[in-house]
Design a binder for this molecule. Structure first.
Ligand SMILES: [Zn+2]
Length: 394
């Protein structure tokens, strides 16, 4: 199945109901992707991901490149086969993690020199290398390399990073145009003892990434120039890095206004449940975030009334489920008291059950959002959600 995106309905706010076809299944949008950093969504088996209805997950190129290595994964048939996952996979370029290695990297026009956080070995990530590694992994959607900067960053620095991002997108576009499917021999020569790897996913596509920090005019300009290069989808990167929510929305909206209406838009690294509806109303179709999984391991559970901290002593004798309105396997079966006990006793099952519930919560929220767009009631849905979360619990 070649990549395809259709917008089925647009809400007056700009929110879109859509359908994305990938080589590994159809994904209803707006969609939320759980993060599977090292080829696993921490705490969930692939069977659990299927039961939860995860259509697409995100895997981190940086981590898989360092360990176990993209060439090994390619030789074993690509990431889908390696991790036994038949759903869709999106990989990032590795750039975000590399730029987070503050003391271990040096950026230039060619790419980013960095040292592995695992063993200190030296590496160079270029736009071409980012594509090579993701081609080897065989994800359904890859990302071109962009320059991620910190927040706050001044206008000059932001403009410089946006220009470099555009230059790297141009290099990526020309490599992708030159590749000719099937002729890109991943891993050839680097491990002569084995058969050189074949392309694991000939239908893979790569998205361009808009940068420009929190400056709407830079976002608009960067988006316009990027669109001229012609990608099958566009990501908005470099946001949710500490700036206020209003600035995230403003910058995302500025970028989205310049992006073609018939291509998917992916806002990287967001968001909190109460923010997700706002991003959908900015015209965003895809999101990913570590919040549901990371917070689950910290005992922070999402409910319709706001987050619940399971370690709190008040839940020690509480026989109710995490969320009485939740239909997930955990809420159907286990009490807050038991989940609190597991968490306090540092049991592995605590992370498993907490993650299951939290991922269900996020996917359920997306289902409700899609339904609200379909019925033309997104605006009411959004204000009701806001009101519910404000009454809150802890
Ligand atoms: Zn639940």
């Amino acid at each position: 199945m070649p990549f395809k995106f259709e917008v089925l309905k647009t809400d007056p706010s700009g929110a879109r109901l859509g359908r994305m076809t990938t080589p590994h299944g159809v994904i209803e949008t707006p969609a939320f992707m759980p993060v599977g950093t090292a080829g696993t969504v921490k705490g969930l088996t692939q069977q659990a991901l299927e039961q939860l209805g995860v259509g697409m997950l995100l895997a981190n190129t940086y981590h898989l490149y360092l360990r176990p290595g993209h060439e090994l994964i390619a030789r074993l048939g690509g990431l889908h086969r390696f991790m036994s996952w038949q759903g869709a996979i999106l990989t990032d370029s590795g750039g975000f993690q590399v730029f987070s290695l503050a003391d271990l990297r040096k950026v230039g026009d060619e790419g980013v020199h960095f040292r592995s956080h695992l063993d200190g070995s030296a590496h160079l990530l270029t736009p071409e290398k980012a594509i090579e590694v993701q081609r080897a992994l065989g994800s359904d959607i890859g990302m071109v390399l962009d320059e991620c900067i910190e927040y706050p960053a001044d206008r000059e620095r932001t403009r410089g990073a946006a220009a470099r991002t555009l230059d790297w997108a141009r290099r990526s576009r020309s490599l992708l145009d030159n590749i000719g499917l099937g002729s890109f021999d991943v891993g050839a020569g680097s491990d002569p003892g084995t058969e050189s790897a074949k392309i694991c996913n000939p239908e893979q596509v790569f998205f361009g990434i808009v940068q420009g920090g929190t400056f709407p005019d830079l976002r608009r300009e960067n988006a316009c120039r990027l669109v001229e290069l012609g990608f099958p989808g566009y990501a908005v990167g470099g946001l949710a890095v500490g700036e206020p929510h209003e600035l995230t929305c403003e910058a995302a909206t500025a970028a989205v206004e310049e992006l073609p209406g018939d291509k998917p838009r992916y806002l990287m690294g967001v968001g909190k449940p109460e923010q997700i509806v706002d991003f959908v109303r900015c015209g965003i179709d895809m999101m990913d975030c570590v919040l549901p999984t990371r917070n689950a391991r910290n005992g922070c559970l999402y409910t319709r009334q706001g987050p619940l901290h399971i370690k709190n002593a008040r839940y020690a004798g509480d026989s109710r489920p995490i969320d009485e309105t939740c239909g997930c396997m955990v809420c159907m079966r286990y009490s807050r008291a038991y989940l609190r006990h597991l968490f306090q006793a540092n049991e592995i099952l605590a992370a498993v059950l907490n993650t299951h519930h939290n991922v269900h919560f996020f996917l359920d929220l997306m289902r409700a959002i899609r339904e609200a767009i379909a019925f033309g009631s997104l605006s009411r849905f959004s204000s009701e959600l806001q009101a519910r979360l404000e009454t809150g619990q802890s």
